[in-house]
Design a protein. Structure first.
Length: 95
């Protein structure tokens, strides 16, 4: 697993946290403009945050023509949660 500091820095940003929450609730991958409207931020600002989240592997991106669609990377989030559980000395099956 990669060093945890970049992940925690990313998660410590309110906008990136809101993006992850939004994608976590989404039922399908979302385009940038729709997410920007839903979150009330400019697409260019959103794009810079998406680049960071994607680089950390927390979200996935699918390209369809000129549009990019983003979704949460569930397996990466589960791995992060399991790492935090290990840090606390809990097994991966405990809640």
């Amino acid at each position: 697993m990669q060093r945890p500091e970049p992940l925690f820095l990313a998660l410590g940003n309110e906008t990136r946290w809101r993006i992850l929450q939004s994608l976590g609730r989404a039922t399908a991958p979302e385009p940038v403009n729709q997410m920007a409207d839903n979150l009330g931020i400019r697409p260019s600002v959103l794009s810079s945050h998406l680049v960071q989240l994607y680089a950390l592997g927390l979200i996935d991106c699918t390209v369809s023509g000129p549009r990019k669609f983003y979704s949460i990377n569930t397996s990466a989030i589960i791995k992060l949660m399991n790492s935090l559980r290990q840090l606390l000395g809990e097994s991966e099956n405990e809640s």
